[in-house]
Design a protein around this ligand. Structure first.
Ligand code: PLP
Length: 453
C-alpha cells in the first residue's frame, strides 16, 4: 500500500540519474530503501539485501554507524554550517585537512574542498590549468584522460570520462579534453610497436606538443568503466611520462581512496605520488556529501602565491558537518583496521572467484584489488568470443543475484562487454564473502541452464 503510493509519487516527481526515464515512468522504482545495517540494506517491504557494491562504491564503513549520526548531530547542534569563503574557517575542516595530509603520499598536503567526485575532478582540471597560467604557460590547457575512465558529470569531468554515452551527453563541452583510444595497455611501457600505440598517452602528448598539455587524469584502478587494473609498471610509466614532459598528473581516487583497494589509496599499490589527488565517496562513507582535491607543494605553493581573489569555490566547500563526519569516518576506518580487512577479504574474494572460474565455463578474467573486484562473462573465454548483445549475460546475472538478495552491478556499454562488479563495504567478514560467492554461483548456474535451454 505505502509502496504503491511512494512508487506513484516517485514516478510523478523524480527523474532518476543513470536510469531510463521512460522505463522508470512505466515500472517505477526498483527498490525503495528504508534501512541499512552493516553490509545489509532493507526496503520498505522489509526485504533484506546484501549491499554488494557499497551502494555507489562509497559506504565503506558499512550502513548504520551510529557514531557518524552522533557526530553530525553534535556538529549541527553546535554550528551546522559556516562558509569557507572570504577566508572564513571552521575547526572540522581544518582538522580534516591535517588528517588527510597525514594519510596521502608524498607532499600532498593541501586541500581544496568540494562536495563530491565530479566537483573534485573539475576543480583539479581548473587548478592544473591555473597552475600553468600562473607560471607563464598559458597554452598548457589540454587534458588527457583514458578510455573507460569515469570522472563524473560536471562539464570537464564528463568530458574526461571515457565512456561514450557520458562523454558525449548533451553536447558536453570543454574542447580541450582528449580521451586516449588505448585502454591500460602495455604501450606506455615503451612498446611503440603495440597496435594501440597511436592512442597512447605518450603519442598524444607528442602529437599535441607538451607545451599544450596541462595534465593527465587517471583512476589508479578504473571503477565505473568496468573495474580495470593497470598492468604492472603502468602507473609508474605514466608518472615518469608526466615528469619527462612537464605535465601534471591528476589521480582520481574517488573510488579507490580510503581503503577500498586494501591500501589507503590506489596509488599506494604502485608507490607513485600524483600532483593532484581527487577524493570523495569513501571520505565520509557516503553518510554526507564531501570531496576534495589534495595538492602537492609544487601546485599548492604556486597557488598560495596568487595575490588576488581565487574565483572558484562551492557553498559547501569545507562544510563543517560534512568535515566532522569525514574525520570520524577516517577514525573508524583506522580503529577497525578496515584497510587491512579490505586486503584480507579481497583474498577471500580471490578464492571465491577461483572456484567460480573452475566451475563456470563463461566466467573469466577475474580481478580483485582489496574489495574492488570484477569479472567478465564470455561465451567462449578461450577464444575470446563475447555473448551476443541479446543474451544480456551480465544483466541476467545481476537480476538473478537481486532475486536472491544480493545487489551487485554490471557494465555492458560497449558491444560484447559483460562485466560484473563486486565491492562490498570494507567491514565485510569471511562468511559474508562466502555468501556473496554462493549467490553468484547460483546465479551463474541458473543463467547457464537457461542458455542451454
Ligand atoms: N570519479 C570516479 C572515479 C567515480 O567513480 C565517480 C562516481 O562514481 C566520480 C568521479 C564522480 O563522483 P560524484 O558522483 O560524487 O560526483
Amino acid at each position: 500500500e505505502v509502496r504503491a503510493t511512494l512508487s506513484d509519487l516517485d514516478k510523478k516527481h523524480i527523474i532518476h540519474p543513470v536510469a531510463s526515464p521512460k522505463r522508470h515512468v512505466s515500472q517505477g522504482p526498483k527498490i525503495i530503501f528504508s534501512e541499512g545495517k552493516g553490509i545489509h540494506v532493507k526496503d520498505i517491504n522489509e526485504q533484506v539485501f546484501i549491499d554488494g557494491v557499497s551502494m555507489l562504491w562509497n559506504v565503506n564503513v558499512g550502513h548504520g554507524k551510529k557514531e557518524l549520526a552522533q557526530i553530525a548531530h553534535n556538529q549541527m547542534s553546535q554550528m551546522a554550517y559556516s562558509s569557507t569563503f572570504y577566508g572564513y574557517a571552521n575547526e572540522p575542516a581544518i582538522r580534516l585537512a591535517e588528517k588527510i595530509a597525514s594519510l596521502t603520499p608524498g607532499d600532498l598536503d593541501t586541500i581544496f574542498y568540494t562536495s563530491g567526485g565530479s566537483e573534485s575532478n573539475d576543480t583539479a582540471i581548473k587548478l592544473s590549468r591555473f597552475y600553468w597560467q600562473l607560471n607563464g604557460f598559458s597554452n598548457k590547457k589540454k587534458i588527457i584522460s583514458l578510455k573507460r575512465g569515469y570522472h563524473g558529470v560536471t562539464v570537464s569531468a564528463q568530458r574526461a570520462t571515457g565512456i561514450d554515452a557520458f562523454r558525449n551527453f548533451s553536447g558536453s563541452a570543454d574542447p580541450e579534453i582528449f580521451n586516449a583510444k588505448a585502454h591500460l595497455t602495455e604501450c606506455e611501457l615503451g612498446d611503440k610497436s603495440h597496435p594501440e600505440y597511436p592512442g597512447c598517452i605518450r603519442s598524444m602528448i607528442e602529437e599535441m606538443g607538451s607545451d599544450q598539455v596541462a595534465a593527465v587524469i587517471i583512476e589508479p584502478i578504473q571503477g565505473a568503466g568496468g573495474v580495470h587494473v593497470p598492468p604492472e609498471g603502468y602507473l609508474k610509466a605514466v608518472r615518469q611520462l608526466c615528469d619527462e614532459y612537464n605535465i601534471l598528473l591528476i589521480a582520481d581516487e574517488v573510488i579507490c581512496g580510503f581503503g577500498r583497494t586494501g591500501k589507503m589509496f590506489g596509488v599506494d599499490h604502485w608507490e607513485i605520488t600524483p600532483d593532484l589527488m581527487c577524493i570523495a565517496k569513501g571520505i565520509t562513507s557516503g553518510y554526507i556529501p564531501l570531496g576534495g582535491v589534495v595538492m602537492n607543494n609544487r601546485v599548492a605553493g604556486t597557488i598560495k602565491e596568487y595575490n588576488d581573489i581565487l574565483p572558484h569555490g562551492f557553498t559547501y566547500s569545507g562544510h563543517p558537518t560534512a568535515c566532522a563526519v569525514g574525520l570520524k569516518n577516517i577514525e573508524i576506518v583506522e580503529r577497525e583496521g578496515l584497510v587491512e580487512n579490505a586486503h584480507q577479504m579481497g583474498k577471500e574474494l580471490v578464492k571465491g572467484f577461483k572456484y567460480l572460474g573452475d566451475k563456470h565455463e563463461f566466467f573469466t578474467n577475474p580481478r580483485t584489488v582489496g574489495l574492488l573486484a570484477g569479472f567478465d562473462l564470455k561465451k567462449d573465454p578461450s577464444l575470446n568470443v563475447p555473448f551476443d548483445q541479446s543474451t544480456q549475460a551480465a544483466v541476467s546475472i545481476v537480476e538473478e543475484c537481486y532475486q536472491r538478495g544480493l545487489l551487485i552491478r554490471c557494465f555492458d556499454f560497449e558491444p560484447g562487454m559483460n562485466i560484473v562488479a563486486i565491492a562490498p563495504p570494507l567491514i565485510i567478514q569471511k562468511e559474508e564473502v562466502e555468501t556473496i560467492i554462493s549467490i553468484v554461483d547460483d546465479a551463474l548456474s541458473v543463467f547457464s541452464k537457461k542458455l542451454k535451454g
